[in-house]
Write a protein that binds this ligand. Structure first.
Ligand code: UFG
Length: 329
Protein backbone atom coordinates (compact mmCIF):
# COMPACT_ATOMS: atom_id res chain seq x y z
CA UNK A 1 0.00 0.00 0.00
CA UNK A 2 1.07 3.60 -0.61
CA UNK A 3 0.31 5.20 2.74
CA UNK A 4 0.33 8.93 3.43
CA UNK A 5 1.21 9.32 7.11
CA UNK A 6 -0.09 12.71 8.22
CA UNK A 7 1.87 13.72 11.29
CA UNK A 8 4.52 11.14 10.40
CA UNK A 9 7.29 13.20 12.02
CA UNK A 10 5.62 13.04 15.43
CA UNK A 11 6.06 10.46 18.16
CA UNK A 12 3.52 7.80 17.18
CA UNK A 13 3.50 8.66 13.47
CA UNK A 14 7.25 8.23 13.09
CA UNK A 15 7.15 4.80 14.72
CA UNK A 16 4.29 3.82 12.44
CA UNK A 17 6.32 4.85 9.39
CA UNK A 18 9.06 2.42 10.50
CA UNK A 19 6.59 -0.39 10.98
CA UNK A 20 5.02 0.26 7.57
CA UNK A 21 8.44 -0.04 5.96
CA UNK A 22 9.17 -3.24 7.86
CA UNK A 23 5.86 -4.69 6.67
CA UNK A 24 6.75 -3.93 3.03
CA UNK A 25 4.45 -0.93 2.48
CA UNK A 26 5.48 2.43 1.03
CA UNK A 27 4.98 5.24 3.56
CA UNK A 28 5.13 8.92 2.62
CA UNK A 29 5.07 11.61 5.29
CA UNK A 30 3.16 14.88 5.45
CA UNK A 31 3.98 17.04 8.45
CA UNK A 32 4.09 20.79 9.06
CA UNK A 33 6.85 20.30 11.66
CA UNK A 34 5.08 22.42 14.28
CA UNK A 35 5.54 19.57 16.76
CA UNK A 36 7.14 16.96 14.50
CA UNK A 37 10.88 16.43 13.99
CA UNK A 38 12.41 16.16 10.54
CA UNK A 39 15.08 13.82 11.95
CA UNK A 40 12.40 11.37 13.09
CA UNK A 41 11.83 10.47 9.44
CA UNK A 42 14.51 8.61 7.48
CA UNK A 43 15.89 10.54 4.52
CA UNK A 44 14.72 7.88 2.01
CA UNK A 45 11.04 8.46 2.89
CA UNK A 46 9.25 11.04 0.67
CA UNK A 47 8.53 14.02 2.92
CA UNK A 48 6.04 16.87 2.37
CA UNK A 49 6.42 19.88 4.65
CA UNK A 50 2.78 20.89 4.35
CA UNK A 51 -0.20 21.71 6.53
CA UNK A 52 -2.96 19.12 6.59
CA UNK A 53 -5.54 21.91 6.37
CA UNK A 54 -4.27 22.95 2.93
CA UNK A 55 -6.90 20.99 1.00
CA UNK A 56 -5.69 21.68 -2.52
CA UNK A 57 -2.02 20.97 -1.83
CA UNK A 58 -2.90 17.78 0.02
CA UNK A 59 -5.24 16.60 -2.76
CA UNK A 60 -2.42 17.13 -5.24
CA UNK A 61 -0.02 15.06 -3.13
CA UNK A 62 -2.60 12.29 -2.80
CA UNK A 63 -3.19 12.16 -6.55
CA UNK A 64 0.41 12.44 -7.68
CA UNK A 65 1.55 9.64 -5.38
CA UNK A 66 -1.32 7.18 -5.93
CA UNK A 67 -2.07 7.05 -2.23
CA UNK A 68 -4.19 4.08 -1.11
CA UNK A 69 -4.57 4.85 2.60
CA UNK A 70 -4.27 7.99 4.75
CA UNK A 71 -3.18 7.60 8.37
CA UNK A 72 -3.86 10.66 10.49
CA UNK A 73 -1.70 11.32 13.58
CA UNK A 74 -1.48 15.11 13.37
CA UNK A 75 -3.36 16.62 16.29
CA UNK A 76 -2.75 18.90 19.21
CA UNK A 77 -2.73 16.65 22.26
CA UNK A 78 -2.12 18.67 25.43
CA UNK A 79 -5.20 18.09 27.54
CA UNK A 80 -4.58 21.11 29.81
CA UNK A 81 -4.03 23.48 26.88
CA UNK A 82 -7.22 22.22 25.26
CA UNK A 83 -9.13 23.49 28.30
CA UNK A 84 -7.58 26.98 28.15
CA UNK A 85 -7.50 27.27 24.34
CA UNK A 86 -10.40 25.18 23.05
CA UNK A 87 -10.69 26.93 19.67
CA UNK A 88 -7.09 26.09 18.84
CA UNK A 89 -8.03 22.42 19.35
CA UNK A 90 -11.34 22.50 17.47
CA UNK A 91 -9.74 24.41 14.60
CA UNK A 92 -6.85 21.99 14.15
CA UNK A 93 -8.15 18.64 15.37
CA UNK A 94 -11.62 18.95 13.82
CA UNK A 95 -11.45 21.77 11.23
CA UNK A 96 -8.21 20.67 9.59
CA UNK A 97 -9.25 17.03 9.70
CA UNK A 98 -12.34 17.99 7.67
CA UNK A 99 -10.04 19.66 5.13
CA UNK A 100 -7.97 16.48 4.98
CA UNK A 101 -11.09 14.38 4.40
CA UNK A 102 -12.22 16.80 1.67
CA UNK A 103 -8.81 16.47 0.03
CA UNK A 104 -9.24 12.69 0.11
CA UNK A 105 -12.62 13.04 -1.61
CA UNK A 106 -11.11 15.36 -4.21
CA UNK A 107 -8.40 12.81 -4.93
CA UNK A 108 -10.62 9.72 -4.74
CA UNK A 109 -8.79 8.21 -1.76
CA UNK A 110 -11.22 6.16 0.31
CA UNK A 111 -9.33 4.53 3.21
CA UNK A 112 -8.56 6.28 6.48
CA UNK A 113 -6.90 5.30 9.76
CA UNK A 114 -7.50 7.67 12.66
CA UNK A 115 -5.73 8.20 15.99
CA UNK A 116 -8.37 8.54 18.66
CA UNK A 117 -7.95 8.28 22.40
CA UNK A 118 -9.21 6.74 25.60
CA UNK A 119 -9.89 10.35 26.60
CA UNK A 120 -13.13 10.02 24.60
CA UNK A 121 -14.51 7.84 27.42
CA UNK A 122 -14.04 10.57 30.04
CA UNK A 123 -14.40 9.01 33.48
CA UNK A 124 -15.42 5.50 32.43
CA UNK A 125 -18.51 3.90 33.91
CA UNK A 126 -16.68 0.60 34.40
CA UNK A 127 -13.23 -0.95 34.09
CA UNK A 128 -11.53 -2.32 32.10
CA UNK A 129 -12.82 -0.10 29.31
CA UNK A 130 -14.68 -1.87 26.51
CA UNK A 131 -15.37 -0.14 23.21
CA UNK A 132 -19.12 0.16 23.67
CA UNK A 133 -18.99 2.10 26.93
CA UNK A 134 -20.59 5.55 26.62
CA UNK A 135 -18.13 8.16 25.34
CA UNK A 136 -18.32 11.31 27.39
CA UNK A 137 -15.07 13.32 27.27
CA UNK A 138 -14.22 15.63 30.15
CA UNK A 139 -11.98 17.98 28.15
CA UNK A 140 -11.99 19.64 24.71
CA UNK A 141 -9.13 17.44 23.48
CA UNK A 142 -11.20 14.29 23.99
CA UNK A 143 -14.22 16.06 22.54
CA UNK A 144 -12.36 16.90 19.32
CA UNK A 145 -11.42 13.27 18.83
CA UNK A 146 -14.97 12.12 19.47
CA UNK A 147 -16.31 14.62 16.93
CA UNK A 148 -13.99 13.26 14.26
CA UNK A 149 -15.12 9.73 15.12
CA UNK A 150 -18.72 10.87 14.47
CA UNK A 151 -17.77 12.42 11.12
CA UNK A 152 -16.02 9.21 10.06
CA UNK A 153 -19.02 7.11 10.99
CA UNK A 154 -21.25 9.31 8.79
CA UNK A 155 -18.82 9.09 5.85
CA UNK A 156 -18.63 5.31 6.11
CA UNK A 157 -22.42 5.02 6.22
CA UNK A 158 -22.65 6.48 2.71
CA UNK A 159 -19.70 4.46 1.43
CA UNK A 160 -17.50 7.54 0.87
CA UNK A 161 -14.56 6.79 3.16
CA UNK A 162 -13.99 3.60 5.14
CA UNK A 163 -12.17 4.09 8.39
CA UNK A 164 -10.47 2.46 11.33
CA UNK A 165 -10.48 4.37 14.61
CA UNK A 166 -7.93 3.45 17.26
CA UNK A 167 -8.47 4.64 20.81
CA UNK A 168 -5.01 4.76 22.29
CA UNK A 169 -4.23 4.35 25.93
CA UNK A 170 -0.82 5.69 27.07
CA UNK A 171 1.62 5.44 24.18
CA UNK A 172 5.08 4.72 25.59
CA UNK A 173 8.57 3.49 24.78
CA UNK A 174 10.72 3.89 21.70
CA UNK A 175 12.02 1.95 18.70
CA UNK A 176 14.00 -1.15 19.77
CA UNK A 177 17.12 0.06 17.97
CA UNK A 178 17.07 3.39 19.83
CA UNK A 179 16.97 5.39 16.60
CA UNK A 180 13.70 7.25 17.24
CA UNK A 181 11.78 7.96 20.42
CA UNK A 182 9.57 10.28 22.40
CA UNK A 183 10.45 13.96 22.19
CA UNK A 184 7.81 16.54 23.12
CA UNK A 185 8.28 20.22 23.82
CA UNK A 186 6.96 20.84 26.37
CA UNK A 187 7.16 17.32 27.80
CA UNK A 188 4.25 16.40 30.06
CA UNK A 189 4.28 12.60 30.01
CA UNK A 190 5.18 10.54 33.01
CA UNK A 191 7.84 8.14 31.68
CA UNK A 192 10.10 10.70 29.93
CA UNK A 193 9.77 13.07 32.90
CA UNK A 194 10.71 10.30 35.33
CA UNK A 195 13.75 9.38 33.22
CA UNK A 196 14.82 13.04 33.12
CA UNK A 197 14.40 13.29 36.90
CA UNK A 198 16.57 10.16 37.31
CA UNK A 199 19.36 11.55 35.15
CA UNK A 200 19.21 14.95 36.83
CA UNK A 201 18.12 16.73 33.66
CA UNK A 202 15.00 17.89 35.48
CA UNK A 203 14.16 18.41 39.11
CA UNK A 204 12.14 15.99 41.23
CA UNK A 205 9.14 14.40 39.59
CA UNK A 206 5.84 15.59 40.99
CA UNK A 207 3.44 12.74 41.74
CA UNK A 208 0.07 14.28 40.88
CA UNK A 209 -2.32 12.95 43.51
CA UNK A 210 -1.74 10.28 46.14
CA UNK A 211 -5.31 10.01 47.42
CA UNK A 212 -7.02 8.36 44.47
CA UNK A 213 -9.23 5.30 45.07
CA UNK A 214 -6.52 2.99 43.71
CA UNK A 215 -4.33 0.39 45.47
CA UNK A 216 -1.44 2.81 46.18
CA UNK A 217 -3.38 6.08 45.89
CA UNK A 218 -1.83 7.12 42.55
CA UNK A 219 -3.50 7.03 39.13
CA UNK A 220 -3.67 3.83 37.13
CA UNK A 221 -2.94 3.94 33.41
CA UNK A 222 -2.36 1.44 30.62
CA UNK A 223 1.10 1.99 29.05
CA UNK A 224 1.17 0.50 25.56
CA UNK A 225 4.39 0.34 23.56
CA UNK A 226 4.39 2.66 20.56
CA UNK A 227 5.49 -0.16 18.21
CA UNK A 228 2.59 -2.31 19.40
CA UNK A 229 0.24 0.56 18.63
CA UNK A 230 1.78 0.93 15.19
CA UNK A 231 1.42 -2.73 14.28
CA UNK A 232 -2.34 -2.58 14.85
CA UNK A 233 -2.62 0.19 12.25
CA UNK A 234 -1.20 -2.11 9.60
CA UNK A 235 -3.20 -5.17 10.69
CA UNK A 236 -6.47 -3.31 9.97
CA UNK A 237 -5.86 -2.63 6.26
CA UNK A 238 -7.94 -5.60 5.01
CA UNK A 239 -10.97 -4.33 6.89
CA UNK A 240 -10.91 -1.05 4.98
CA UNK A 241 -11.71 -2.76 1.66
CA UNK A 242 -15.45 -2.56 2.45
CA UNK A 243 -16.36 1.05 1.53
CA UNK A 244 -18.85 1.17 4.40
CA UNK A 245 -16.43 -0.11 7.02
CA UNK A 246 -16.22 1.84 10.25
CA UNK A 247 -14.27 -0.16 12.82
CA UNK A 248 -12.99 0.98 16.18
CA UNK A 249 -10.62 -0.63 18.64
CA UNK A 250 -9.08 0.11 22.01
CA UNK A 251 -5.31 -0.22 21.91
CA UNK A 252 -3.87 -0.98 25.33
CA UNK A 253 -2.14 -3.82 27.11
CA UNK A 254 -5.10 -4.35 29.43
CA UNK A 255 -2.74 -4.04 32.42
CA UNK A 256 -3.12 -1.14 34.85
CA UNK A 257 0.09 0.39 36.24
CA UNK A 258 0.21 3.08 38.92
CA UNK A 259 2.39 6.19 38.91
CA UNK A 260 4.42 4.77 41.79
CA UNK A 261 4.90 1.49 39.92
CA UNK A 262 6.22 3.45 36.93
CA UNK A 263 8.75 5.26 39.14
CA UNK A 264 9.89 1.92 40.64
CA UNK A 265 10.28 0.45 37.15
CA UNK A 266 12.27 3.48 35.94
CA UNK A 267 14.61 3.09 38.92
CA UNK A 268 15.07 -0.60 38.17
CA UNK A 269 15.71 -0.11 34.44
CA UNK A 270 18.05 2.89 34.77
CA UNK A 271 19.74 1.84 38.02
CA UNK A 272 19.21 5.44 39.18
CA UNK A 273 16.98 6.80 41.93
CA UNK A 274 14.03 8.90 40.73
CA UNK A 275 13.69 11.92 43.00
CA UNK A 276 9.96 12.48 43.51
CA UNK A 277 7.65 14.59 45.61
CA UNK A 278 3.96 14.31 46.32
CA UNK A 279 1.81 17.01 44.72
CA UNK A 280 -1.90 17.80 44.43
CA UNK A 281 -4.03 16.10 41.82
CA UNK A 282 -3.68 17.41 38.25
CA UNK A 283 -6.97 18.81 36.96
CA UNK A 284 -8.79 16.52 34.58
CA UNK A 285 -7.00 13.25 35.46
CA UNK A 286 -9.41 10.31 35.77
CA UNK A 287 -8.27 7.94 38.57
CA UNK A 288 -8.05 4.81 36.41
CA UNK A 289 -7.96 4.16 32.68
CA UNK A 290 -7.12 0.75 31.29
CA UNK A 291 -8.32 -1.17 28.29
CA UNK A 292 -10.16 -4.33 27.63
CA UNK A 293 -8.24 -5.17 24.44
CA UNK A 294 -10.16 -8.36 23.59
CA UNK A 295 -11.74 -6.78 20.52
CA UNK A 296 -8.39 -5.75 19.02
CA UNK A 297 -6.81 -9.11 19.77
CA UNK A 298 -9.68 -11.03 18.20
CA UNK A 299 -10.55 -8.62 15.39
CA UNK A 300 -7.01 -7.85 14.22
CA UNK A 301 -5.10 -10.96 15.28
CA UNK A 302 -3.00 -8.46 17.21
CA UNK A 303 -1.01 -9.14 20.38
CA UNK A 304 1.03 -6.52 22.21
CA UNK A 305 4.65 -7.71 22.36
CA UNK A 306 5.62 -5.51 25.30
CA UNK A 307 3.42 -6.72 28.14
CA UNK A 308 6.00 -6.02 30.81
CA UNK A 309 6.30 -2.34 31.75
CA UNK A 310 10.05 -2.71 32.33
CA UNK A 311 10.56 -3.86 28.75
CA UNK A 312 8.70 -0.78 27.49
CA UNK A 313 10.67 1.54 29.78
CA UNK A 314 13.93 -0.12 28.71
CA UNK A 315 13.30 1.02 25.13
CA UNK A 316 12.49 4.56 26.33
CA UNK A 317 15.68 4.56 28.41
CA UNK A 318 17.81 3.44 25.46
CA UNK A 319 16.54 6.42 23.44
CA UNK A 320 16.83 9.00 26.23
CA UNK A 321 20.26 7.77 27.31
CA UNK A 322 21.61 8.15 23.77
CA UNK A 323 19.69 11.39 23.06
CA UNK A 324 19.44 13.39 26.29
CA UNK A 325 18.22 16.42 24.34
CA UNK A 326 15.91 14.44 22.08
CA UNK A 327 16.32 15.14 18.37
CA UNK A 328 18.49 18.15 19.20
CA UNK A 329 21.10 15.59 20.32
N1 UFG B 1 1.85 12.23 36.17
C1 UFG B 1 2.47 12.59 37.34
N2 UFG B 1 3.48 13.50 37.24
C2 UFG B 1 3.89 14.04 36.08
C3 UFG B 1 3.25 13.66 34.88
C4 UFG B 1 2.21 12.74 34.96
O1 UFG B 1 2.13 12.14 38.42
O2 UFG B 1 4.81 14.87 36.08
C5 UFG B 1 0.76 11.23 36.23
C6 UFG B 1 -0.56 11.78 35.70
O3 UFG B 1 -1.24 12.43 36.73
C7 UFG B 1 -1.24 10.49 35.23
C8 UFG B 1 -0.07 9.59 34.78
O4 UFG B 1 1.08 10.16 35.39
O5 UFG B 1 -1.88 9.88 36.31
C9 UFG B 1 0.12 9.59 33.28
O6 UFG B 1 0.18 10.94 32.83
P1 UFG B 1 0.64 11.33 31.36
O7 UFG B 1 0.61 12.81 31.28
O8 UFG B 1 1.89 10.61 31.00
O9 UFG B 1 -0.51 10.69 30.45
P2 UFG B 1 -2.07 10.93 30.52
O10 UFG B 1 -2.66 9.65 31.05
O11 UFG B 1 -2.48 12.16 31.20
O12 UFG B 1 -2.36 11.24 29.00
C10 UFG B 1 -2.57 10.28 28.07
C11 UFG B 1 -2.27 10.81 26.68
C12 UFG B 1 -3.24 11.91 26.32
C13 UFG B 1 -4.64 11.42 26.52
C14 UFG B 1 -4.83 10.95 27.93
C15 UFG B 1 -6.21 10.42 28.19
O13 UFG B 1 -0.95 11.31 26.64
O14 UFG B 1 -3.06 12.26 24.97
O15 UFG B 1 -3.91 9.90 28.18
O16 UFG B 1 -6.50 10.51 29.55
F1 UFG B 1 -5.54 12.40 26.29
Amino acid sequence: MNVLVVGGAGYIGSHCVRQLQTAGHSPLVLDNLVYGHRHAVASDIPFFDEDLGNRHAVAQILKENNIDVVMHFAAYAYVGESVTEPLKYYENNVGNTIQLLLAMQDAGVTKFVFSSTCATYGVPQSLPIVEDLPQSPINPYGQTKLQVEAILKDLAAIGKISSAVFRYFNASGAAEDGSIGECHDPETHLIPLAIDAATGKRSALKIFGTDYPTPDGTCLRDYIHVDDLSRAHIAVFDQLEDPKAFVHYNLGTGRPTSVREILDAVEKVTGLPVPAEEAPRRAGDPPSLYADNTKARQGLGWEPQHMDIESTIATAWKWHHANPDGYAS
